[in-house]
Design a protein around this ligand. Sequence first.
Ligand SMILES: [Zn+2]
Length: 278
Amino acid sequence: MIIDTHTHIFPPGVRDHRESYLERDATFRELYSNPKARIATAEELFESMDEAGIDRSVVCGFGWTDAEICREHNEYLLEAAAQSDGRLIAFCTIQPSEKGARDELKRWAARGARGLGELRPESQGYSLIDSDEADLLSWAADAYDLVLLFHASEPVGHAYPGKKGLPVEQLGRFVADFPGVAVVGAHWGGGLPFYALMPEMREAMERTYVDTAATGLLYGPDVAARVIDLIGAKKVLFGSDFPLVSQRDALRALRDAPMPDEARPLIEGENARELLRL
Ligand SMILES: [Zn+2]
């Protein structure tokens, strides 16, 4: 089973009224002001999955600062997943600083959310260090068996729209504070795997995964083998970042990347199947 654990779809209303959402959200503006930045819906994702030979996709929300837009987006994701015959798995987003966030989490979990993401604490205006928001997220992950997918920002290297979102030191602190929570650090965890060479971080990262989203835009093909050396192939999940990267190209690049053969089926689907209990 091939599982893409990192895709983005939006309600058709966001695509059709892009301008109004650009005005309402600074991070959305940073990522989608360029008219060439594609906004895809569930229909386009299904086409892409058929073309690329992908069986399941995790569809992610967006770290909107306005809780109301998070809700609107979640409704669409859960509806799309419910009608997908199991092909789509919904990860919702919430604004954890909002008063009703706890009840929202209950509600989305009951409606079938399997995770939260792609979370961007910095963009949404909270920190993961000693914060009520971090406590709330870890509580929800624990109570409802949710996976937390965080955008992770490399502290070095070239700038790109949406690079900021979560400094890697905050991600490291979160997994150390809540080692029992299943966490995915997007984009190879922004460098976090290196710190698994520290014994206490290796222990803290027992349930920490990284995904391969947007690899070609960030790293050379050797990143896979190096990260497998650091944290093991069981901690790496295939994610494309569709539609920023096409699923077909992402899967092809992964298959072209040098790595031990036994790692391939794990990364392409087995790890995600286990993590998401499919
Ligand atoms: Zn991201």
